[in-house]
Write a protein that binds this ligand. Sequence first.
Ligand SMILES: *Cc1c(COP(=O)(O)O)cnc(C)c1O
Length: 229
Amino acid sequence: MTTIFANLQAVKARIAAACAAAGRDAATVKLLAVSKTWPAGCVREAAEAGQRAFGESYVQEALPKLAALADLALEWHFIGPLQSNKTRLVAENFAWVHSVDREKIATRLSEQRPAHLPPLNVCLEVNLSGEASKSGCAPEEALALARCVAALPRLRLRGLMTIPEPTPDSALARRRFAALRELCERLQAEGLALDTLSMGMSNDLEAAILEGATIVRVGTAIFGERVKP
Ligand SMILES: *Cc1c(COP(=O)(O)O)cnc(C)c1O
């Protein structure tokens, strides 16, 4: 058994245990394997172990990898910061984007989504810690942005995503996840059909699942420690 295979089994066991603790069906939580910085061979190994959904943060790094793995039926999610000049490549190559945080980006993605592909699944990234440097819209902006995305023809609004500020305080991370769930419930009460909460990573997926995560984005616990570029 390879390391990646064993790590995947361990992460799935953590998800199952967290779901059991939360009284949730494990089938309601999807594992997104975050393969940024890891070569195509590592993704192939995870795919051979049954993993289908993969997340990438950098367009230039991702595209050769997608091409090298085109023989596999994988589902690619873009989860990194998104600049206007990269929207076309994302619209053409990915099934999901988790990091839409402004109308301009949403409009471009819809205009650039090729007609032969299904609508692009979109999560709005919300910045719940109020750090000026971080990406993500403010919680107060989420309703207007959600209405904008929901009205765009080539996008399918799915839900919300957040990356809590790095903290050793697990109670703080849990409060951020609860805040994202509550924001999602407020948007649902406004009539928006959201079915996705993208939250939780290698260190905090249990807290995220307890607060309702439906997609956990896990890199390190599957592929190992990333080397900083
Ligand atoms: C890198 C990354 C992850 C994975 O983080 P790990 O701690 O390695 O599990 C999840 N989400 C986003 C947006 C990332 O950029």
